[in-house]
Ligand binder design. Structure first.
Ligand code: NAD
Length: 434
């Protein structure tokens, strides 16, 4: 055979293809699970079960668009695990939503609820769409049809959605209304992150950002640095990023860098967040704000600072940029922002990473409070909610931090071990049907 003219085998040898496969969020999540599960000798049957999602529902969502045409969107709702209670997790609207992304996010929800010890399993949902290019009417029709399609598996005792990237309280209200119309009575507990007027909870909107602040304040105390003298950079200026940034500023910490998908801003003297938010009201993005230095969107995480908060999407800190990070602490506001390769680089550089499943658990914690309030039809004060949130987040932080120090492991591994212990016990006590 003439080897010179023989066709090259079509395998994923192209470095970018291999990397994309490797950095697939589901593969990343399973690597994390295997690493922690094996290190702590988790019962093999529990480990094996966590490697699979319990239920995966793919739905097609036909929507009448404003121009009269019909567009069909693909959506998912995935319940990863329900051993410890009903499934819980947000709904994402984004062009890059994929089945593997939603699987990974549902797995991280299982882990997160176990780390902070909420009586929930993990779920996630998403629709492949570009909400920035859709009208409010189109978004409402898409949300209502998607809700009808997934209503066969959601419910206050089964699976309770919440907001995630590009979904908000208004979208949750449409879900609550559609589900309630289907069953014939009002059911506030089917969804969390709703408006207060229909059973939402005080403090839910800020809860994820507030939780990010609580873990950072606790870390500062344990590591012996003064948070008021520290500088913070936040990647992503949506629900999580903007609330976290504002809460840091309220407590006297300087936020020197921020970004959204349109661009980044830097001011070593501290950014005027109030002014930037006013600017965004009329410009749709923080990009172009004239009173701060412009920074390329991909370079924001490389800015000089003490604390970096990735609060945008997964996979933004990779082996290509981890080495350029100057912060001493990375607090993961987003889910899965650091790839496993980047994790190793950060650990070797002595950078402490507070992992997503602990750092951003404030959102699901107050979602749990909202659900409890809905079930009791009795509502708590914001002061009460923030105090209970602090108790849960500080308790979980202490458990993970102490275990990490004792076992000389990074905090991601520590958080996985805390969560997997609870999940392993639940799986063993329940046993396997049939
Ligand atoms: P959001 O839609 O409110 O905001 C996302 C922000 O990220 C926007 O400002 C967007 O412009 C920006 N962004 C997107 N890509 C970017 C990039 N490459 N660089 C810089 N900015 C970019 O979403 P959110 O609810 O704040 O969620 C952000 C992250 O936090 C997600 O990973 C989500 O899963 C996670 N999370 C959210 C909650 C919650 O309660 N909303 C809870 C826990 C975790």
């Amino acid at each position: 055979m003439d080897t010179k003219s023989a066709p090259k085998p079509v395998v994923a040898k192209h470095p970018e293809v291999v990397e994309a496969m490797h950095e697939n969020p589901w593969h990343q999540a399973m690597e994390q699970l295997d690493r922690a599960g094996k290190a702590m000798k988790l019962e093999p049957f529990a480990l094996e079960r966590l490697r699979h999602c319990k239920r995966i529902l793919t739905v097609s969502v036909p929507v009448k668009m404003d121009d009269g045409s019909v567009k069909v969107f693909e959506g998912y709702r995935i319940q990863h695990n329900m051993d410890r209670g009903p499934a819980k997790g947000g709904i994402r609207y984004h062009p890059s939503v994929s089945l593997d992304e939603v699987k990974a996010l549902s797995f991280w929800m299982t882990m997160k609820c176990a780390v902070v010890n909420l009586p929930y399993g993990g779920a996630k949902g998403g629709i492949i769409c570009d909400p920035k290019k859709m009208s409010r009417g189109e978004l409402e029709r898409m949300t209502r049809r998607y809700t009808a399609e997934i209503s066969i598996i959601i419910g206050p005792d089964k699976d309770i959605p919440a907001p995630d990237v590009n979904t908000n309280a208004e979208v949750m209200a449409w879900i609550m209304d559609t589900y309630s119309m289907t069953i014939g009575y009002s059911c506030p507990g089917v969804v969390t992150g709703k408006p207060i007027e229909i059973g939402g909870s005080l403090g839910r909107n800020e809860a994820t950002g507030r939780g990010v602040f609580y873990v950072t304040r606790e870390l500062a105390q344990r590591e012996g640095f003064d948070l008021r003298k520290a500088t913070v950079v936040v990647q992503g200026f949506g629900n999580v990023g903007s609330n976290a940034a504002n809460i840091f500023v309220e407590h006297g910490t300087k936020v020197v860098g921020i970004s959204d998908v349109g661009g980044g801003l830097y001011d070593p003297k501290g950014l005027d967040l109030h002014d930037i938010m006013e600017y965004r009201k009329t410009h749709d993005s923080i990009a172009g704000y004239p009173k701060a230095e412009k920074v390329d969107v991909d370079k924001v995480i490389e800015l000089p600072c003490d604390i970096l908060i990735p609060a945008a999407m997964e996979g933004t800190i990779t082996k290509h940029n981890a080495d350029k990070i100057k912060a001493k602490y990375v607090i993961e506001g987003a889910n899965g922002p650091t790839t496993n390769d980047a994790d190793k680089i950060l650990f070797a550089k002595g950078i402490t990473v507070v992992p997503d499943i602990l750092a951003n658990a404030g959102g699901v914690t107050v979602s749990y409070f909202e659900w409890v309030q809905d079930m009791q039809a009795y509502f708590w004060s914001e002061k009460d909610i923030n105090a209970r949130l602090q108790d849960i987040i500080v308790g979980a932080f202490t458990e993970v931090y102490d275990l990490s120090k004792k076992e000389k492991i990074d905090m991601r591994m520590g958080a996985f071990m805390v969560g997997l212990r609870r999940l392993g016990k639940a799986a063993t006590i329940r046993g396997m049907f049939p």
